[in-house]
Design a protein around this ligand. Structure first.
Ligand code: G1P
Length: 299
């Protein structure tokens, strides 16, 4: 039997973003920019670069700005055309060319419930999930592409993971598994959502990238609320692992947790430093800050 291609991706973007209030009171957290591009666009671009053809965004209340962002903008385009700002015009048009589908999660019942909203869009094929709080930098091969390669080779659900410090395990889904030969891949035998460090089966955390077999939907329909009284994707994946192969794969790339303020600032600084237009000047500025030993009156 020929292996099914991963053609579709689901990006949940329904959360309130309370950690970034007041910025997120009227603006979706996914629209907060890293330098000059909304975080959601980094995620969408990763999906497209990885070969995904169709994207479904799971949105919720007050998320219309995301739909507007990926829509055409005739007045702005006319203005840029009139002023001969051709580079910006191209940028605006390219963003609008991305074809995205939208569905709303009506109640905030958890990540598992958000993924279940994608059931009819996905149908009976494997699909990718990318979480907007995890931005991964890998200019050679995106994190999602690495997962798709593993999926195509092993034909099972793949969870994108990295090792996290012990004091951070309670923020993530943590997996433990048995090594598959000497590939570095693990076949999952245990999974716990946000365990206390003493209960964590390892320090291997699932970091916002998944390739999932469609069997997950039937399981999600039966999944009861777990930790935080939310329907947890992790619980459903653990159930799936009891019947089918689920792999944990340590992807390569620098991952930023843009769901918290420090991670967001780190991403902002490092993405800015990588830019050829502002990177060198920004580096000079940072050196000045450091010379003043963090004392702002010395800058
Ligand atoms: C979600 C998942 C968790 C995963 C994390 C990655 O948690 O439930 O398993 O490790 O994303 O960022 P959240 O951060 O949405 O609470």
């Amino acid at each position: 039997m020929e292996i099914k291609k991963v053609r579709k991706a689901v990006i949940p973007a329904a959360g309130y973003g309370t950690r970034f209030l007041p910025a997120t009171k009227a603006t979706p957290k996914e629209m907060l920019p890293i330098v000059d591009k909304p975080t959601i666009q980094y995620i969408v671009e990763e999906a497209l670069e990885s070969g995904v053809e169709e994207i479904l965004l799971i949105t919720g209340h007050s998320k219309r700005a995301i739909e507007d962002h990926f829509d055409s903008s005739p007045a702005l385009e006319m203005e840029l055309e009139r002023k001969h700002k051709n580079d910006l015009l191209q940028l605006v048009r390219e963003t609008a060319d991305i074809n995205i589908h939208y569905i709303r999660q009506k109640k905030m019942l958890g990540l598992g419930d958000a993924i279940l909203c994608a059931k009819s869009f996905i149908g009976n094929e494997p699909f990718a999930v990318l979480l907007g709080d995890d931005v991964v930098y890998n200019p050679e091969r995106s994190a999602l592409r690495q997962l798709i390669d593993i999926y195509e080779r092993y034909e099972g659900t793949v969870l994108g993971c990295q090792i996290v410090p012990e004091d951070k395990v309670s923020s993530y889904g943590i997996v433990a598994g048995n090594p598959v030969g000497d590939t570095g891949l693990l076949k999952v035998r245990n999974m716990i959502e946000k365990p206390e460090p003493e209960d964590a089966p390892s320090r291997m955390a699932v970091l916002g990238r998944y390739i999932i077999e469609p069997d997950i939907f039937e399981i999600l329909e039966q999944t009861k609320p777990g930790i935080g009284n939310e329907i947890q994707l992790t619980d459903a994946l653990f159930e799936l692992a009891k019947h089918k192969d689920v792999y944990a794969f340590a992807f390569e790339g620098k991952r930023y947790d843009v769901g918290n303020k420090l991670g967001f600032l780190q991403a902002t600084v490092e993405y800015a430093l990588r830019r050829s237009d502002i990177g060198p000047n920004f580096m000079e500025y940072l050196k000045e800050v450091i010379k003043g030993n963090g004392r702002l009156d010395k800058i």
